[in-house]
Write a protein that binds this ligand. Structure first.
Ligand code: PHE
Length: 443
């Protein structure tokens, strides 16, 4: 594993960091979440508010999270404790609490995300089984059973653990550099294919045309904020740990913009794929809307789209395989960063070996996923809602407070001048006020 002269691992190259951080950001939130949110919240109206929230809040939050790690060069618990210790009245306890909330959020996030990622892997395998005509196999991987969910959770956790075992440079960086270009290639080819299917143009119109009434609904702003924070992976400390593995001489501002730009580009591209594909399915007789809203999200991905693929004959297996492989890659690159959060804590603060830390974290995540699988109705949606609507944005707010109010503005962030002053004011005053407004408006 690559290490700097303090013995800490670090990314070997700037592009390696960009792919790893973009890999964490680009996930099911972009490819599955964003397009359905757009369709349900006024089309182009959601896109406009999303972009606004992204620029005003989520990108500064990503910058704040990355910089806390970048300055402290430590895992999120130590980094937040260290940042809060810098305050004249010293608040290390507050920092530790924030650190442990991030760490717990990372584990809960993995608990449900591994189940979702497992579904994607299962359906991708389903296309292979269907292509070779193995009906029993297709049945096992496409039916929502406890056995299927648990075995694919185990597969996702093992794949993630395998990558993290290999360390920052040979595992996280090397695999992100392989998987992210592949993801872009698969996404690009699917868009070109789907846009030529009959009915696709109608979906394109819904995706892009703004419904002006939607601007008046406070729900739209909360949804856009939750989506933007989730999409940039802000709030669980994954970006913080990646920031801590960056070289000292990197320009954090520019890297933040690059990662956020890539994430938004992929979300937008996914919209060009999913909504037109759903309308193509509608044109062959599938129901996709009820009461002006898209029907249940999992139904769309796991029932409606597969039936569209089936209608394409044997070639539909190829399209289905590419589609679900795309979603599988997007989810695995996202589980990596969240797993590294508790792993880095166990290595640095509890002096565990990397192997022992990965094993312990993987077992904990599997136990949590198992609990969720057995209490699916009760826990699954509740955990997702709690994390995406509240925990992630609230942690983002805390990062603003830490960087804006508690830790003296770091002189070692290398963007001097007027931009730095404006950014400091923005993070200190405008971001917290804007976020409070959104929370209050929906109470
Ligand atoms: N950003 C990921 C997505 O869009 C989700 C995620 C959140 C990943 C938090 C890691 C940490 O799907």
């Amino acid at each position: 594993m690559s290490a700097d002269n303090t013995g800490r691992p670090h990314f070997a190259s700037r592009i390696g960091f960009i792919f790893a951080a973009a890999g964490s950001a680009v996930g099911l939130g972009n490819i599955w979440g964003f397009p359905t949110q757009v369709a349900n919240h006024g089309g182009g109206a959601f896109i406009i508010i999303y972009l606004l929230v992204m620029i005003l809040l989520a990108v500064p939050a990503l910058y704040a999270e990355l910089s806390i790690g970048f300055i402290a060069r430590a895992n999120p618990v130590e980094a937040l404790r260290d940042a809060c210790r810098k305050h004249p009245t010293q608040k290390p306890l507050f920092g530790s609490v924030l650190g442990f909330v991030s760490l717990t959020a990372a584990i809960f996030m993995l608990g449900f995300y591994s189940i979702l990622a497992g579904w994607m892997l299962a359906h991708s395998l389903g296309s292979v089984f269907s292509a070779i005509g193995w009906e029993k196999g297709v049945e096992f991987v496409t039916q929502n059973t406890v056995q299927r969910n648990l075995s694919f959770c185990l597969l996702v956790t093992s794949l993630t653990a395998g990558i993290i075992f290999a360390g920052v440079k040979r595992g996280i960086e090397a695999w992100s550099k392989r998987l992210m270009p592949l993801l872009l290639l698969l996404l690009g080819s699917l868009i070109i294919y789907v846009l030529f299917l009959p009915g696709a143009q109608q979906g394109l119109a819904l995706f892009l045309r703004p419904d002006f009434d939607a601007f008046l609904q406070p729900k739209l702003y909360l949804a856009a904020m939750g989506q933007a924070f989730f999409s940039l992976s802000v709030g669980v400390g994954g970006m913080m740990i990646y920031g801590s593995y960056l070289r000292r001489d990197e320009n954090l501002g520019r890297l933040t913009m690059t990662v956020a730009g890539l994430d938004t580009l992929v979300a937008f591209m996914a919209g060009l794929l999913i909504i037109p594909a759903l309308f193509a399915a509608q044109s062959i007789g599938e129901t996709i809307m009820s009461n002006g809203e898209l029907i249940g999200r999992s139904q769309l991905i796991f029932d409606v789209l597969p039936r569209l693929f089936d209608s394409l004959g044997w070639f539909g297996n190829v399209v289905g395989f590419i589609f679900f492989t795309l979603l599988s890659i997007a989810s695995i690159t996202s589980t990596i960063s969240s797993t590294e959060v508790p792993v880095s804590y166990l290595i640095e603060s509890k002096k565990q070996s990397r192997n022992a830390a990965v094993l312990l974290v993987s077992i904990t995540v599997l136990a949590l996923s198992t609990l969720i699988v057995f209490n699916f109705e009760l826990l699954f949606r509740a955990i997702i809602a709690l994390l995406t609507h509240y925990t992630l944005p609230l942690m983002g707010l805390m990062y603003f407070v830490v960087i804006g109010w508690i830790r003296p503005w770091p002189s070692d962030l290398n963007n001097e001048g007027i931009f730095k002053t404006l950014l400091r004011m923005h993070i200190k005053y405008i971001c917290p006020i804007l976020m409070l407004c959104v929370f209050v408006s929906v109470m």
